[in-house]
Design a protein around this ligand. Structure first.
Ligand SMILES: [Zn+2]
Length: 432
């Protein structure tokens, strides 16, 4: 398989994309009704020709996460013998969801990630150090690997090294691009600089941040992103992958929103009843996949809150763009009758150098508002400044509790090393 960005619809006009999307949606409905037991039932009475305009999709049923959590076999559309790789969601929001991919689904995944990296200006002349776990049945790391292979970039699979090993990788492999979770990269960078290494002289030009946002709600680069840029003298790019969709939304060189890949997925931002919301209005990201054989999805509720970025991107792509993920629908904070996006609180905390680590705990019965507290590894004298800073950003007050790095790490447990939120409102902890 050769990478052919010309197969993408991203540079077509909005009208051309809309026309192709309607055809793709009709084909999709036909495929899922014929191949997936769940959709055969859920789409009873729906015929592809019902879709005359894009807006008609709002009349189709949403697919809830609980459908997949109950066992994805009912939704699966391909014969078990056609599945050549099984991936799973992290399981931090409950039971992991297992998803089977066919050979063609893996090619689609590679194409998706290659398009994203291509839009960031990453090419065959780049040397990319992947600082993510390649195991755990994870889809995103598999996608990065396959996408970069398709681009013919040179890949180093570093995993999650300590700073000494990381330094050796930097000196021997000489990456031009680093890819990893911003908080992990930040910790490694601090350890490197403490030990006399100068990241700005490493030759790294780009940093792809995954798993955590690099943006503020107003689309500016957040504090961790700016620190990484300063330390490495490099540019940061965000990429946000969703396992169930086998796809990602990623920054282009303009960094003005995560681009969807229109030939692979149709995205919507909707209210809690599934009605489309206007641009710039936060709501739940819902997506319909195109071209997936194993587990195709129709109007899948991702549980992630974001907004649609209006207008055309300066890069020339006409694809749907999303803002940063502001939080998950089940992690919205209700404090003093005010809704607060988790990203606003975490970004505010990330701006303060005096905080070594932190975790937000959310309790309450859901009826009388939430009890949210912020545990910080900081000096007691910093409490007032931290409380004021968070209140200014979030417009509500949170109790600040002094803790230390090892206590906060143990609150997370071994399997969620980067969690920033512990949600105790429901049974068990939720993803942070
Ligand atoms: Zn763009």
């Amino acid at each position: 398989m050769n990478f052919n960005p010309g197969l993408s619809w991203e540079f077509l006009s909005a009208d051309e994309i809309a026309a192709k999307t309607i055809r793709a949606l009709r084909n999709h409905i036909q495929y899922v009704k014929a191949s997936s037991p769940y959709y055969k039932e859920a789409l009873k009475g729906v015929v592809p020709e019902d879709l005359r305009t894009i807006d008609d999709i709002a009349g189709l049923p949403l697919t809830d996460r609980t459908v997949l959590a109950a066992g994805s076999a009912a939704v699966a559309a391909a014969a078990p013998s056609a599945i050549i790789e099984t991936v799973a969601t992290s399981g931090a929001t409950g039971r992991p969801i297992f998803i089977g991919l066919t050979d063609s689904d893996l090619d689609r995944l590679a194409f998706s990630e290659a398009l994203s990296f291509n839009a960031m200006g990453i090419s065959s002349s780049d040397r990319v150090l992947l600082l993510v776990g390649m195991d755990g049945m994870a889809l995103p790391s598999l996608g990065y690997y396959r996408g970069l292979t398709l681009l013919h970039a040179t890949i180093g699979r570093a995993g999650l090294p300590g700073h000494q090993l990381f330094r050796q990788y930097l000196e021997e492999f000489r990456p031009t691009v680093l890819l990893g979770a911003p908080s992990f990269l930040r910790r490694l960078t601090l350890d490197l600089t403490k030990n006399g290494y100068r990241p700005a002289e490493s030759g790294v030009q780009k940093i792809v941040g995954v798993g955590e946002s690099l943006k503020n709600a107003d689309m500016s680069i957040n504090a961790p992103g700016k620190k990484l840029e300063e330390d490495w003298n490099a540019k940061v790019f965000g990429s946000y992958a969703i396992t169930e969709l086998a796809d990602s939304f990623a920054d282009c060189l303009e960094r003005s929103g995560g681009h969807a890949h229109p030939e692979l997925l149709y995205a919507e931002v909707v209210d809690d009843k599934g009605n489309p919301l206007p641009d710039n209005t936060p709501g739940e990201l819902v997506a319909t996949t195109f071209g997936i054989e194993g587990m195709p999805l129709l109007r899948y509720r991702t549980g992630d809150i974001t907004f649609r970025v209006p207008g055309d991107c300066a890069c020339g792509r006409k694809s749907f763009r999303i803002g940063p993920i502001l939080g998950r629908t089940d992690e919205m904070l209700k404090v003093n009758n005010q809704s607060v996006f988790p990203l606003v609180v975490t970004n505010a905390l990330d701006e303060l150098d005096e905080i070594g680590d932190y975790i937000i705990t959310i309790g309450g019965d859901g009826l009388h508002g939430d009890r949210a507290s912020i545990h910080v590894a900081a000096q007691p004298s910093a409490v007032e400044r931290i409380a004021n800073h968070v209140r200014n950003a979030a417009r509500v007050s949170f109790p600040i509790l002094i803790s230390n790095v090892s206590t906060i790490q143990s609150m997370r447990g071994a399997w969620r090393r980067n969690a920033r939120i512990l949600d105790e409102r429901h049974s068990g902890f939720r993803r942070g």
